[in-house]
Ligand binder design. Structure first.
Ligand code: HEC
Length: 187
């Protein structure tokens, strides 16, 4: 019995390791600040939102910003299979103003699209580095690749811990991820 149990544990560990093989990991500078993630656009997209802000004030104009959320494809598959985010999960959420393009491109005369991203909000799960496991960072998209220090817990972490549906993450807003997980569970 014991041998069989050990075997299945070993199988699971090796399955997890193989799911995570090749995952692009968070990169830090020598001071431990996170380098701005690059080429995240080719990662897996989990959801989008429009006009969600961290304050109750209405947007100055228009519907507010679009947020597009990306995760490493390996962490996506791992979550779908095991229902948890692996160590070194990195989320990027782009902040893009809702734009309108006047002229013939705007065929129906209304509607908005997500304009060029101006900022990135980033979260990383890295228990070896951060006491709370998750740490949060802000970057500008313009300019050279810079590193950013983790923000104080009161700035980002606390709201995520309190309101994020699963392990600090707002999975309740990521139907792409949630549906994939549901499908896997019903197999
Ligand atoms: C008052 C609550 C609140 C605060 C404070 C907050 N967030 Fe979030 N965060 C959210 C919500 C809600 C979402 C869901 C998606 C959205 O905003 O469009 C989210 C999503 C995210 C995501 C996508 C991954 C995930 O965890 O769902 C990242 C990355 C992120 N926030 C980074 C930050 C950073 C960096 C800060 C601090 C500068 C911060 N957040 C502060 C509420 C908050």
């Amino acid at each position: 019995m014991l041998a069989a149990w050990n075997t299945s544990e070993a199988d699971e560990a090796s399955d997890k390791a193989s799911l995570l093989k090749g995952m692009i990991l968070p990169e830090y500078d020598e001071r431990g600040a996170l380098l701005r993630p690059e080429n995240f656009e080719t990662r897996t997209f989990v959801g989008t939102s429009l006009g969600i802000t961290y304050s109750t004030d209405p947007p100055a104009k228009g519907p507010g910003d679009f947020h597009n959320v990306y995760i490493q494809p390996e962490a996506f598959k791992y979550y779908v299979k095991y229902g948890e985010f692996p160590e070194k999960t990195l989320f990027v959420m782009t902040n893009s103003p809702a734009s309108r393009k006047a002229g013939p491109d705007l065929i129906n005369g209304r509607g908005h699209f997500a304009g060029k991203a101006t900022g990135l909000e980033v979260s990383v799960k890295d228990s070896n580095r951060f006491d709370e496991s998750w740490a949060y960072f802000l970057f500008k998209t313009a300019g050279p690749r810079r590193a950013a220090k983790a923000l104080p817990t009161g700035t980002c972490y606390d709201c995520h811990a309190e309101h994020g549906a699963d392990d600090n993450v707002f999975t309740q807003f990521y139907p792409v991820l949630e549906e994939a997980r549901k499908k896997e569970k019903s197999k």
